[in-house]
Write a protein that binds this ligand. Structure first.
Ligand SMILES: [Zn+2]
Length: 103
């Protein structure tokens, strides 16, 4: 496993070499702490996206919420899972319920 980690780092360094030149110039004007901070903030976004994906993929969408369209407040129709916040396909109207409500 350690070998795999080293190989991954080597691959990243090769990508960097193709992009910025063979040798890393530590005096190329970049602020290394700022570069690191920006990369870590990007990593936080990527990890959050991955966690949301895992959460949605493992969710059984048991608590669903239907929001009907509200033209006066400009709220569109939506159907979401309250457990994982995934937007779900809006179900077809239930005609039995519709008939009961309009009678
Ligand atoms: Zn869900």
């Amino acid at each position: 496993m350690n070998r795999e980690i080293i190989e991954m780092i080597e691959e990243r360094m090769q990508v960097g070499a193709r992009k910025y030149g063979e040798k890393l110039d530590v005096f190329d004007g970049r602020d290394w702490l700022q570069e690191t901070l920006e990369e870590l903030l990007d990593a936080c976004v990527y990890l959050s996206a991955k966690l949301i994906k895992i959460k949605q993929e493992s969710c059984e969408h048991k608590n669903k919420h239907y929001q009907g369209e509200e033209k006066d407040t400009n709220i569109g129709e939506s159907y979401t899972c309250e457990d994982c916040n995934k937007d779900l396909a809006i179900p077809e109207p239930d005609w039995d319920m519709y008939v009961k409500e309009t009678q």
